[in-house]
Design a protein around this ligand. Structure first.
Ligand SMILES: [Zn+2]
Length: 279
């Protein structure tokens, strides 16, 4: 089984992605955890929490392979009531989506608290855009700070960290610190890690380094915290079914070459996400 733990519909600077466009690209995936860019990055004006998440819900009804995340806008909403209502009435939302970079709201701001309280209450993971280590909005350092205030909430560092190898290494250090000292409940997805300048680094060095690092922690094997995900259709390398398949194929090859462990691969591709999200 294959679960893509990070995909999108909606309008963004990368294009206008209809559900049909996404579904065609991700044909290979059995399920995909999806959020609506109309509430994150829309070039046509940002929809509010109610609008973008209701639209996501309708799309998920039409395409049951899409598991919806509720986009949160603590920068704009007066309180958490819209998201609370959505979670109460629509348990099909599997988690929350938070993008500090587009909101230009530092990830350690107290404005996030009301949303993380909901995540804790409804037992939902939060998928963050984890940006450059030096970003004043979405640095994994800031996300980690906030995650430590809510140690029960699974916080996913989407993309690990953007930027070059140094950023990846520092984000891996953060994951290890959280795990080994029981400071926060961090997860990570592998989207964009080995992509730069619109192409895949086929050695997938940094992704393999991440897996290797979490395999041998002082708390033992923690690779269940790693989720395969692509961010499709965001990024030119995610714009066609062919390139999506190629990227998936290379990921599988590299993991098997390095670790020679089919069950590790299966966990990364589906089981870890299935357990985390409970579907
Ligand atoms: Zn994304």
């Amino acid at each position: 089984m294959i679960i893509d733990s990070h995909v999108h519909i909606g309008n963004s600077e990368w294009g206008n992605f209809t559900p049909e466009y996404l579904i065609n690209i991700i044909k290979e995936a059995d399920y995909a955890v999806c959020s609506n860019l109309n509430g994150i990055d829309s070039t046509a004006g940002i929809c509010d929490e109610y609008e973008c998440n209701t639209e996501m819900l309708e799309v998920a009804k039409r395409y049951p392979k899409l598991k919806p995340l509720a986009v949160c806008q603590p920068n704009a909403a007066v309180n958490n009531c819209v998201i609370r209502n959505l979670l109460e009435n629509h348990p099909e939302f599997v988690g929350l989506k938070i993008h500090p970079e587009y909101m230009r709201l530092p990830a350690d701001s107290d404005k996030y608290n009301k949303y993380l309280e909901l995540a804790r209450e409804f037992k939902k993971p939060c998928l963050y855009h984890s940006g450059h280590i030096k970003s004043r909005f979405s640095s994994p350092v800031l996300i980690y700070k906030k995650a430590q205030e809510f140690p029960e909430v699974p916080v996913i560092l989407g993309h690990l960290s953007t930027g070059p190898k140094d950023c990846h290494k520092m984000a891996i250090e953060i994951l290890l610190d959280a795990v080994e000292n029981d400071r926060a409940n961090l997860y990570v997805d592998v989207s964009w890690i080995d992509f730069a300048f619109e192409r895949l680094n086929e050695s997938m060095e940094d992704t393999l380094l991440l897996i290797e690092s979490l395999r041998k922690t002082r708390k033992g094997d923690q690779t269940y915290r790693i989720l395969w995900g692509t961010d499709a259709p965001v990024g030119k390398f995610n714009h066609s079914r062919e390139s999506y398949l190629k990227n998936l194929k290379i990921f599988k090859q590299r993991v098997l070459e390095r670790f020679n462990d089919e069950s590790l691969l299966e966990n990364l591709l589906s089981e870890n996400a299935r357990k985390l999200y409970g579907f």
